[in-house]
Design a protein. Sequence first.
Length: 55
Amino acid sequence: MPKLKVYANTNKPLQMPESDHMPIFLSVKLLVMLPTALIILAVMSNNLSSLTGTL
């Protein structure tokens, strides 16, 4: 049961028992998530500025 709980929490098909792989995975996840969040924020701010500019 604990293994299933960990599998459900991480949502990864492959389990990595080594603990030194986790920080690398998390850093890659952050490196992927941060630029996408910045792009989304930039697009939203551009849409807001264009909307306020037309008003």
